[in-house]
Design a protein around this ligand. Structure first.
Ligand SMILES: [Zn+2]
Length: 221
């Protein structure tokens, strides 16, 4: 029996109609404003995990946050997808804050710690193994397995922040306008709360610029 072929998604369309009605009820011009354009203050880069809905956990409405999600909230230097999102958000939308939000119990990070061939996922998860290698001493010093796993989740967020700061778009915009500011957060599935890792953005920028400085490039594409 083709059970899923026959499964109706009618409830989603019903939910959608209800949502549209309630938005219009609260603000009759809601969709006119939405259709007119976006000028979000925030770019959110998070994990694709279904338990971490970006807008919902931040209490932000449609139009308030530009969102990119992938497995384990990575920002690989050669990933055209995330790099395009950062470029567009910084150079065109002129977001004031970029948030990398990881989460405890991240399956992607757990998979990266598993000594197994995961096929197509191998090169993606290797980015997390690289984070482990960069912080091997600290991580190996944590004897409790779940604490080590949680710390890798935090360090992975910080490395994504660092990769964002390596981009010309962020370095040049910060030099010219003093934004965007990059933030590293972790969402706790256990209590629904966001934890700010309080990364030292300016310190990280200075540190990164020793090797990756692109702010004086004449070709500001
Ligand atoms: Zn995850």
């Amino acid at each position: 029996m083709k059970r899923y072929l026959q499964q109706s998604l009618e409830h989603i369309f019903k939910n959608n109609k209800q949502w549209a009605l309630s938005k219009k009820g609260a603000d009759p011009a809601f969709f006119e404003k939405l259709a007119a354009g976006q000028s979000p203050n925030y770019l959110y880069i998070g994990c694709s995990d279904s338990r971490v809905p970006a807008n919902e956990i931040m209490g932000l409405e449609a139009g308030e946050v530009f969102v990119h999600r992938n497995i384990a909230n990575l920002v690989p230097n050669v990933d055209l997808n995330v790099m395009s999102v950062i470029n567009y958000a910084v150079r065109h939308l002129q977001v004031k804050h970029i948030i990398v939000c990881g989460h405890y119990n991240c399956g992607g990070v757990k998979a990266a710690l598993t000594p197994a061939d995961l096929g197509l996922l191998n090169p993606w998860l290797r980015n997390i193994r690289d984070v482990y290698r960069l912080h091997e001493k600290e991580l190996d010093g944590i004897t409790d397995e779940s604490s080590r796993y949680n710390r890798l989740i935090e360090l992975n967020v910080m490395e994504s922040c660092r990769n964002i700061i390596k981009t010309a778009a962020v370095q040049q915009s910060y030099q010219d306008h003093q934004y965007p500011i990059v933030h590293g957060w972790v969402f706790d599935l256990g209590d629904g709360l966001l934890k700010d890792l309080n990364i030292d953005f300016e310190g990280m920028l200075e540190d990164v610029k020793k090797i990756y400085c692109l702010s004086s490039s004449p070709n500001r594409e």
